[in-house]
Each structure stands twice: as C-alpha cells, then as structure tokens.
Write a protein that binds this ligand. Sequence first.
Ligand SMILES: Cc1cc2nc3c(=O)[nH]c(=O)nc-3n(C[C@H](O)[C@H](O)[C@H](O)COP(=O)(O)O)c2cc1C
Ligand SMILES: CC(C)CC(=O)C(=O)O
Length: 378
Amino acid sequence: MKHITCIEDLRQVHKRKVPKAFFDYADRGSYSEDTLRANVDDLQQIKFRQRILVDVSKRDLSTTILGEPAALPLILAPVGLTGMQYGDGEIHACRAAQAAGIPYTLSTMSICSIEDVAANVDKPFWFQLYVMKDRGFIKALIERAIAAKCSALVLTVDLQVIGQRHADIKNGMTVPPEWSLSKLVDFATKPAWVAGVLRGKRRTFGNLVGHLKGTDDITALGTWIATQFDTTLNWKDVEWIRSIWPGKLILKGILDVEDAEEAAKTGAQALVVSNHGGRQLDGAPSSIEVLPEVVDAVGSRIEILFDGGIRSGQDVMRALALGAKSCMIGRAYIHGLGAYGGPGVAKALDIIRNELSVTMGLCGVNTIAEIDDHVLAI
Ligand SMILES: Cc1cc2nc3c(=O)[nH]c(=O)nc-3n(C[C@H](O)[C@H](O)[C@H](O)COP(=O)(O)O)c2cc1C
Ligand SMILES: CC(C)CC(=O)C(=O)O
C-alpha cells in the first residue's frame, strides 16, 4: 500500500475492486448531489493560519469522546451494508477502529449483526438505531445492544423518509437486488470481492433476520423494510428511547439551531451535526456551514460531534476549529475497507492521523484542546 498516500487513492482502488452497485451506493448522494458536494467543497474553502517558530515537538492527538479517552478525535460513522463492501466488513472496521483507539458505530442496517460483531472484537462498540414502526422490534434491538455491552446508542433522526439516490435506482440496488446482464458481468470481473463476501458470515441484514422468525429470505426482508421507516417519529419517541436505553445517547442528524435546542433538553450526551453525508435532504446546507451556529447555541450544554465531507486530517482540524469536539467519518473509511479490508481501514486512519498531526504542527498547535478558530485565517 506504499503508493496509497491519500483517501482519494483508496477511493480509486475501492472503485476498481467492488461492483459498481455497491461502490456507487457508498460514494454517491441524493438527487442533484448538491449537498454531497457542498460538504466537501465548503470544508476545503476554510483556510488555515500558518504559524512559525513554535515548539511543536510534543504534538498529542489524544482527546476524550463522551468522557472516554480516545487516541484521535475520530469515530467511525454507522454505514449500512458495510459487509457488502468487503466480507465481514463490520468486524474488520470495528477491529481497525479499536486498534487505533477510537469508537466504531455499527449500523442497524449492517450485514454482520450486533452479536456477530460483539463475538469477534475485544472492546465495546457503539450501536446506531433506526426507529422503525415495529416498536417491539426496536425494544428488542435495544435489549440486544445492552446485552452486547454497546457503550453508546446513536439515534439517527434524519431518515424518517428516504432521500432518493438516483444511482441506486439505476443500479438496481433494491432489496431484493435487480439483476441485469451488465451487473452479472461486473460481478464476474470482481472474483476476489465475490469470494470475500461469500466467505463472510452473512449476505443480508444481520440485525433484521432474527426478527422475521429466522428467515433470511431477502424478498420478505425487502417487503418488511420498505414499510418500516416511521414517518410519525417525533420528540416523544426520543423520550421513550431515553427511558429504555440506560447508557450514553447521541442524536445524529441535526442541522438546525431550534432542533439542537430541543436535542439539548432530551438528556442526550451528544448530538451529531450531520446531513447524512449528503444522502438525505438535497439542498440542505453543508454540515460545516451550520456547525458554528449549533456550537454557539448549545455547545456548552451538550457535546457536539460533526460529520459530512471529511476526507483528510486537514478537514478534521477545520471542524475542530469551528467547535466540533470530534468527527465521524463515513466514506473515508469505507473507501479503505472496499479497497483492502481491515488494513485499508487502518490505512485510512493512518492517513488522517498523519495529516492532522502535520497540520497541527504547521499551525503551531500541540494539543487537540488548543484547536479553536485561532488556527483559521479568517
Ligand atoms: C454508504 C453509507 C451508508 C450509510 N448508512 C448509514 C446508516 O445506516 N445509519 C446512519 O445513521 N447513517 C448512515 N450513513 C451516514 C453516515 O453515518 C455519515 O453521516 C456520513 O457518511 C458522513 O459523511 P461522509 O461520508 O462524507 O464522511 C451512511 C453513509 C454512507 C456513505
Ligand atoms: C439502508 C439505508 C437506510 C442506510 C442509510 O442510512 C444510507 O444508505 O444512508
């Protein structure tokens, strides 16, 4: 992997190795993809203030996330179908995160189940919850996360209705998948990927199969999922979740100050400023555009996490400078996973760690706590 020097390099290998339907599912966004692009572009427009002749020999990237020590201000974001990018992808990603000393978040819509991951990693991980209409299933899922000793629950609040991703429709990324000659040819040219996924523990939504009486019939699952995202979801449901989940709670998918104010009243320990990586409300502001106003409004009352568009350590520095306590990354690690499995995730984290360390050095900063808007040229 010596020739891999940045996240874009991992993206190119991911694109080559993984069937187009799954690569596009990870890479693309909703509708015109304006918000997807804005996430990346708005971050890159933020300029740093170079400082010289400061002793930066003792740079330390460690921090705390929700009161727990972390080696970096980073968290692996929940990503649905991770195990279709690489066989047992959730387990590989979680192990890489734990080796790097940062939290991993398992999606409700993962391929490996909560139990699969818990049985194959050393430490607790975070679990992300989609609240579905079947509240009995949700309660059981929370109980499974408690039994697996998950150390935080990430409640995603920006997916009551699903933003259309044109690429997924064109690629037949449905449950069950649509097959075409070109898709079969594409799979046939990726035998290493096929073999890896076939060796994996599962090829369907691991957390959902048990619920449907053990069936992994993909058509039955597809029908169930299609009816399950709950448009009635509201703040009362957050109270209900709070009452049955005893641990740390994080609300993910907040862009608006009024919503952030409500979130701060729920008893949640953190919120994630996020537009779901430009996959939901197309035309929403980039995450970085709204971060400062959310931090101003509620940053003293609730921990502010950030995601959307992070592709480098420089981007992490930009988000921290504008008030985020830590950042989640989605595509940046998924590109590493699709490219090389667990070592690819470790490589993505190495790249971002080194970029952040160099950026801190060139801005004259030694610790994460020192990073604020003084490092920016504004
Ligand atoms: C392929 C993919 C699947 C995702 N699945 C989920 C999910 O299951 N649950 C969730 O809360 N967010 C999901 N997200 C959103 C991420 O958690 C995160 O908010 C987003 O990826 C951040 O943007 P970035 O990819 O630019 O870092 C997904 C994102 C991607 C790219
Ligand atoms: C299965 C999807 C609902 C997972 C998701 O959140 C996404 O693709 O953005």
